[in-house]
Design a protein. Structure first.
Length: 427
């Protein structure tokens, strides 16, 4: 399938693809419609089957002409290209642009929710600032609501919320939006949609320090744990990954690294497909790397396993930063700083911690600015440089407070209270 499609595309320019004839065979049109609807279900339940459908949509469009759904097919192919094992960001980005132009050329406005979910949710995140796609997802939601495509309208709302969370949007505002989005998805009988919103809202509430079961307005007796059990039993792989990722992220930021490591191990049971990753999946690899270096510094018998996890994350981000310095540089710098901490390379560790703080601030990732400040503070505490450590813990508190993460603010305040008597300027 892959080699055949690549052969069909070989030598074809953007204009060649946009000049394909219009598909007229009614059987082929019916087949495209069937594959259009099958894509969502395979992504959720059978992600390994998803690329096969995408490849056949592209193949059919090239061989039999384009239709409105072809634009979506080319967008999905672009999402596949930017993902493993291809990792062809430039090729995928090109397909995303072709798909967008094809949709406009065909006047296929009804495809906007599906195409924007794919282009801005899976492709452009490798090239353009994550914040740049937020408005497009809201635009696609409005389009889907107007045309009746509530499935992809809700998908775009989820992608908006998912990206906003990992861009460091204020948690109070985000939680309020998530409650509203979950209610809309619930009313539209979009089960995966409202469940995803509830999981994100549970993360926001937990970071804010609000003890509340986000599931309670929608399902009596359902909790995050019972939802996870149900998803495992029903083989809902993407939902299982989402819950594991949520729990790992929370455990890491709240300082429960043993729980974070446990969630990392559990998440390995739910592999990715090949049709694309959302922002939270990329952040998950970042967190995995930081977990790895933390446990490697304990110098236990499993040190190599954890070191390799951290080094793998560094390799990913060194590749990704060439596509988008904006999205990935602060994360790469922090991973490298933690590696140099492990390697006892003081000069490089300090340089990378400070570079991560600077990049996160300039690129408006306030939560990751706070994380880099906290990691530098911890490093300086390890070096018994108490005054400098205190200064960076205070900076971390400021960032976490701006994020609205009261749970993290309280944890850092405890560290400050313990550190303060050790500082020379305490009086």
């Amino acid at each position: 399938e892959v080699s055949h499609v690549k052969q069909l595309l070989h030598g074809k320019s953007r204009q060649d693809l946009l000049s394909l004839p219009i598909m007229s065979d009614t059987q082929k049109l019916a087949a495209m419609q069937f594959m259009n609807h099958a894509l969502t279900m395979t992504f959720i339940a059978k992600p390994l089957l998803n690329p096969i459908i995408v490849l056949r949509m592209v193949k059919m469009s090239i061989e039999h002409g384009m239709c409105n759904i072809s634009a979506f097919g080319f967008a999905c192919y672009g999402a596949w290209l930017v993902s493993e094992p291809s990792c062809d960001v430039e090729g995928g980005y090109r397909m995303g642009r072709v798909a967008t132009e094809m949709m406009k050329q065909l006047d296929a406005a009804e495809m906007t929710p599906r195409l924007y979910a794919t282009v801005y949710g899976f492709i452009n995140i490798w090239k353009e600032p994550w914040q740049a796609g937020l408005g497009k997802h809201l635009e696609a939601y409005e389009s889907g609501a107007a045309t009746g495509d509530m499935e992809y309208a809700i998908t775009n709302l989820y992608q908006y919320a998912n990206t906003a969370l990992y861009c460091g949007e204020n948690l109070t505002n985000l939680s309020q939006n998530l409650q509203s989005y979950a209610k809309r998805a619930f009313q539209c009988n979009q089960r995966n949609g409202w469940t995803s919103f509830v999981i994100l809202n549970q993360l926001a509430l937990d970071l804010m320090g609000i003890k509340q079961n986000a599931f309670s307005p929608y399902s009596n007796g359902t909790t995050e744990e019972s939802c996870f059990t149900s998803c495992v039993n029903n083989n809902e792989i993407s939902m299982c990954r989402l819950i594991c990722g949520k729990k790992k992220y929370l455990a890491f930021f709240t300082g429960d690294l043993d729980a974070a490591a446990k969630m990392y191990e559990q998440s390995q049971k739910f592999p990715f497909g090949s049709t694309g990753r959302l922002v939270h999946s990329l952040v998950s690899i970042f967190i995995d790397g930081l977990i790895g270096f933390f446990f490697a510094r304990k110098h236990r018998e499993d040190e190599k396993k954890w070191t390799d996890l951290g080094l793998d994350a560094i390799q990913y981000f060194r590749t990704w930063v060439s596509g988008s310095h904006w999205n990935f540089s602060n994360k790469l710098h922090l991973l490298e700083a933690e590696f140099y901490f492990l390697s006892e390379d003081d000069k490089r560790a300090r340089a990378c911690y400070n570079a991560s703080i600077k990049a996160a601030r300039e690129h408006r990732f306030v939560h990751e600015e706070g994380l880099a400040e906290e990691k530098l503070a911890t490093y300086l505490l390890h070096k018994s440089q108490h005054d400098d450590s205190l200064r960076h813990f205070i900076n971390a508190k400021r960032c976490y407070d701006s994020w609205g993460a009261c749970t993290l603010v309280r944890r850092v305040e405890k560290a400050i209270a313990i550190l303060l008597p050790l500082c020379s300027g305490r009086g």
